[in-house]
Design a binder for this molecule. Structure first.
Ligand code: NAP
Length: 608
């Protein structure tokens, strides 16, 4: 006999405090939707059933009622959003309301009605919905984050139990707007606020801290119902959303792109391990001005700055360390209590540590491939440690300029065969594709090869190096070491380096098939070519004017030499925050920016 949907004998009550995360449940048909709910029911107690994803939403309600009766602890939202308002339901508002009323009868305690539909309803219809459960009034902007106050005023025409405002972040500062809105409105209303999109990811975590009644999450990877949505497991395990409170300090990695960065996994693991009440988030920053505004307003206590902002951030700093001054690049930002910004460069320590763990740097003959930010960290750090540094670069003029500035040697590629190096460092992205290598096997004459490319355990360059008899230093060691230094600068605690390395290695192994099948499926290596100079470059006289083929230097002999030398170290002082004690005060020519300066604002606006 066909069952009809009836109100359950005892209306399912809402708990006094809702769980922090509501997972969105979708499915291709009713059975698939319920199966997806069953898959997560052991971990999740708050679900949003997206009935609009089904061809016939009404056909799912018997199964939904049975499911909810089986799991009486569950809190369920029914959503049947119309296509005109960003959902998938193609029927008129009357049919949408029928689905929602019947979903209430099936046991869903909350129904989501979008503002556009609600405004067409008669007060009696709204009252009817409210009498059977809770009404969540929702607003969505799939393009931007506009005047949130005006949106809320409009929403208040309808009396609802929850007000949900979902917009799209087109810059990091949109998250700040959302958080201010939540802080303000959550005093008097149950509000939920989220910014969609990659730039809105931080709102999914920080919104909870700002007063959002709860946040939405995907039940599984691939089951996202909104751009930028994160899985509930990731929000709990990596960002520890269940432990967030107003005292939680905020850190992040800023760059463009930033989605693939392993820093959030590595740094959150370290923060958890050391019991630091802090969270580390991906900050997709299209402009450095937007980043600085966001850092000041949230506030964010520390940022790992990555491509392409390492150099452009320097002009916003109120103080820098020696390495930032020397390299002109900052990868670590610290916001002091007074809002002043200090910059450090831990890439230098990231390059030096893996090398000096293997051989003394004093007197070592080092070839650096590249002339960008990472190459500069290597060149200046090694020069400071007393190494003899050589540079080659695709664009000779850039390599020559760096060689001249750092007072080291520039080599043409053809001259490489005359040298034997202690280590060759790849400071270019060549090899990230798993195909190209900056040097061919025959060009590698070195005891060690250090590939800064860190998302592959084996690159074409490291394969060629092994074939040439060199020992390999993997790029993840640098990645971990620069993170270790950042952790120490921010927390004044020793970093759990082993834990950090394990997390990175696990992530690299996990991503291996998607990244490249390089180690298991070697491709013929493709050495990249040097760019022919566009115009005749100014002949810089390399220091080694008459290069001679050199014999490998004995590492043991150098150890003795290095003992005699005392290299300068970049060491954060434990127990004393560097933010309040920068090595160098305000760098020359650097202009501290006033919070939300008109220039910064107009640039940020342009970015939107
Ligand atoms: P960057 O400032 O953009 O510099 C890139 C350098 O690579 C330039 O010298 C550029 O030569 C050269 N290059 C780019 N594409 C090339 C190609 N197809 N063939 C030959 N040379 C090429 O970048 P960066 O910040 O220095 O970063 C370089 C690499 O180091 C990236 O892969 C980055 O992921 C890695 N890195 C790793 C770590 C770590 O922790 N392991 C830390 C920092 C950076 P031109 O001058 O001719 O443009």
């Amino acid at each position: 006999m066909k069952r009809t949907v009836e109100a359950p004998p005892n209306p399912r009550p809402l708990p006094l405090r809702l769980p922090r995360l509501c997972v969105a449940i979708v499915g291709s048909d009713p059975a698939d939707m319920i199966a997806n709910a069953i898959n997560v029911v052991r971990e999740e107690s708050f679900m949003e059933f997206r009935l609009d994803y089904l061809k016939q939403p009404l056909a799912a309600l018997n199964a939904l009622r049975d499911f909810l009766h089986t799991y009486p602890h569950l809190v369920a939202i029914a959503t049947c959003r119309r296509a005109a308002n960003g959902g998938k339901f193609r029927g008129p508002v009357a049919d949408q309301m029928e689905v929602l009323r019947k979903a209430q009868a099936a046991g869903c305690q909350i129904v989501d009605v979008e503002l556009e539909s609600a405004l067409t309803l008669k007060p009696a219809e709204i009252a009817n919905l409210c009498s059977r459960g809770s009404l969540l009034l929702s607003f969505h902007d799939f393009k931007a984050t506009k005047d949130l106050e005006a949106i809320f005023q409009k929403m208040q025409q309808i009396r609802a139990d929850y007000y949900k405002v979902v917009t799209t972040a087109t810059c990091l500062y949109d998250n700040v707007r959302m958080m201010k809105f939540l802080e303000d409105k959550s005093r008097d209303y149950s509000v939920i606020g989220v910014c969609m999109g990659e730039q809105g990811v931080i709102s999914r975590v920080l919104g909870l801290r700002a007063g959002s009644a709860f946040s939405f999450a995907a039940a599984t990877a691939g089951g996202e119902t909104a751009p930028g949505q994160i899985t509930a497991r990731h929000l709990r395990d990596v960002y520890r959303v269940d432990q967030l409170d107003p005292a939680t300090r905020i850190y992040g990695v800023a760059g463009d792109p930033v989605g693939q960065s392993l820093s959030p996994q590595m740094m959150n693991a370290a923060l958890r391990r050391e019991n630091v009440n802090a969270v580390y988030l991906p900050l997709h920053a299209l402009s450095v001005e937007d980043l600085v505004e966001c850092v000041r307003a949230v506030p964010i206590q520390g940022v790992s700055v990555t491509m392409p902002h390492k150099e452009s951030i320097v002009k916003f700093l109120d103080g820098t360390d020696l390495w930032t001054q020397k390299t002109g690049a900052c990868n670590t930002l610290v916001r002091g209590k007074d809002g002043r910004l200090f910059g450090y460069n831990t890439d230098v320590a990231g390059v030096l540590r893996p090398l000096e763990q293997r051989f003394p740097l004093m007197g070592a003959k080092v070839l650096v491939i590249g002339a960008g930010g990472a190459a500069r960290a290597a060149v200046y750090g090694l020069k400071e440690r007393g190494s003899e540094v050589f540079i080659i670069n695709r664009t000779p003029a850039k390599g020559m300029k760096l060689a001249k500035d750092a007072k080291v040697n520039y080599l043409g590629r053809a001259d490489l065969k005359k040298y034997q190096f202690d280590v060759i460092i790849n400071a270019t992205p060549v090899g990230m594709d798993g195909v190209q290598t900056p040097l061919g096997e025959k060009e590698i004459k070195a005891t060690f090869v250090f590939d800064m490319v860190y998302r592959l355990l084996e690159t074409p360059f490291t394969r060629a190096a092994r074939a040439a008899g060199a020992q390999v230093i993997p790029g993840y060691e640098m990645f971990v070491q620069q993170g270790v230094q950042q952790f120490q600068i921010w927390t004044a605690k020793p970093a759990p380096a082993n834990e950090m390395q394990n997390v990175v290695l696990a992530a690299i192994n996990l991503n291996k098939p998607a990244e490249s099948a390089a180690p298991d499926n070697p491709q013929p290596e493709k050495p990249v070519a040097e760019k022919p100079p566009v115009e005749k470059p100014q002949a810089e006289k390399p220091k080694a004017e008459k290069p001679q083929a050199e014999k490998p230097k004995a590492v043991a002999a150098k150890a003795a030499a290095a003992k005699a030398a005392k290299p300068k170290a970049v060491k954060p002082k434990a127990g004393k925050s560097k933010a309040e004690n920068p090595k160098t005060e305000k760098s020359k020519g650097a202009k501290p920016r006033a919070d939300k300066s008109p220039a910064a604002k107009s640039k940020a606006k342009k970015n939107k």
